[in-house]
Design a protein around this ligand. Structure first.
Ligand SMILES: C[S@@+](CC[C@H](N)C(=O)[O-])C[C@H]1O[C@@H](n2cnc3c(N)ncnc32)[C@H](O)[C@@H]1O
Length: 381
């Protein structure tokens, strides 16, 4: 599908029927309208032929380092019984495959009793995941996001996600002389336009109170209420173990600083950044950075321990990326290929200009006594 008319008409009809809609509802339609949304329609999203890269598309070493940490988590859990891995927002299953390959190759004791549960909003991706993970077929199962959140599913082990929270629909607000106002989407003269109004839910004001942030006059910002809701479901499902969240974002003070006066909302289309979310509906990705402070505060309220939070490059360095690079060096692949891989892997850990410091990792635990993870090691000391 290369035409956004159908989705345009659906959203316009919704506005005609019920009046202006929140930006979160608009974004939900653009990303997840069945058959028409960015993530719920056919076509490649990630990688060279898609619209954006994620760390996973860079090299298997990313997943292998996460797998090293997962093995450490398993060792930290005195008696995990069956250790279950859960990936939320698993996409085509590439990260899960890199993790499972590593565990089968290096961590037989863990792999033997392992189950991998894949949770994905887009149901047709199950087929791609099945193919990608064919070598691990006897260990796989699937849950829809609704089944995952319903409260019947519980597990011990590790739940991880890569770029899930940034893909959840956000509300948008602006600080005015009349106080905090929500940005709504409506239609005027046939075009989508924004208009401010009262907050659609008191949860938005509560959100800012919790993180003790007051926006400056004129400042716009995104409010992701779905992220902490998802974390609540995750914490409820986790009997004991870890939640590892990888995404781009900031602590709240940085995320909502005046430096980001227009917020962090961005769209991606064929590797180009686009600031206008009202173009190419359903054909371009829409994302907002993640406020990690909210995830940490909500985690504490849910009985999780915030074990580690920091830039992705720090995590990767402490958890084994250098060991992965050394293994590539020792392997018998041609020298030219080794050089290419070294340069590729640099992208993952480069603090500036690469993915190393835009991306952050949060590790939370529940019911694990004094875990001693690889990411908690001091780098270079
Ligand atoms: C930005 S993509 C990231 C995909 C993959 N993790 C990667 O890094 O390439 C976000 C994915 O999360 C999925 N998603 C959105 N909401 C979800 C939810 N509540 N539960 C599970 N998956 C969800 C989307 O369908 C999409 O495939």
């Amino acid at each position: 599908m290369t035409d956004d008319t159908q989705l345009n008409n659906i959203i316009a009809a919704r506005i005609a029927e019920q009046g202006r809609i929140t930006f979160a509802d608009f974004m939900a339609a653009c990303l997840y309208e069945p058959g028409l949304g960015y993530y719920t329609s056919a076509g490649r999203k990630v990688g060279a032929e898609g619209d954006f890269y994620t760390s996973i598309t860079v090299h298997a070493a990313f997943g292998r380092v996460i797998a090293r940490e997962i093995a450490r988590m398993w060792r930290c859990m005195a008696n995990p019984g069956r250790f279950t891995l859960v990936e939320c927002g698993a996409g085509n299953g590439r990260l899960a495959c890199d993790i499972m390959d590593y565990l089968r190759e290096r961590e037989e004791g863990l792999y033997d009793g392992l189950t991998l549960v894949l949770v994905e909003r887009e149901p047709t991706l199950e087929e791609a995941q099945r193919t990608m993970l064919a070598n691990h077929a006897d260990r796989l199962s699937w849950l829809s996001p609704e089944e995952f959140a319903a409260g019947d599913f519980t597990f011990s082990g590790c739940l991880y996600s890569n770029e899930l929270i940034d893909a959840l629909p956000v509300h948008r607000v602006v600080m005015t002389t009349d106080g905090l106002r929500e940005i709504y989407v409506t239609i005027r003269e046939g075009a989508f336009v924004e208009e401010p109004g009262d907050l659609s839910t008191p949860e938005i004001a509560e959100y800012f109170r919790r993180i003790a942030v007051e926006l400056h006059p004129g400042q716009q910002a995104e409010v992701n209420l779905n992220g902490p809701k998802w974390l609540s479901a995750a914490a409820r499902a986790l009997s004991s173990g870890f939640i590892l969240t990888i995404d781009y974002g900031y602590p709240a003070q940085e995320m909502y600083s005046q430096k980001r006066n227009l917020g962090t909302l961005l769209c991606y289309h064929r590797h180009q950044i686009e600031e206008n979310p009202y173009l190419r509906l359903g054909l371009q990705d829409i994302t907002a950075h993640v406020d990690f402070t909210t995830l940490m505060k909500r985690g504490e309220e849910l009985g999780l321990v915030n074990l580690w939070f920091g830039e992705q490059y720090r995590f990767l360095l402490a958890a084994g990326i250098i060991e992965e690079i050394e293994e590539i060096e020792r392997s018998d692949i041609p020298d030219g290929e080794k050089l290419r891989l070294r340069l590729t892997l640099k992208k993952l850990i480069m603090p500036e200009g690469g993915m190393g410091d835009t991306f952050r990792i949060l590790v939370q635990s529940k019911g694990v006594d004094q875990p001693d993870l690889l990411c908690q090691r001091r780098i270079g000391g």
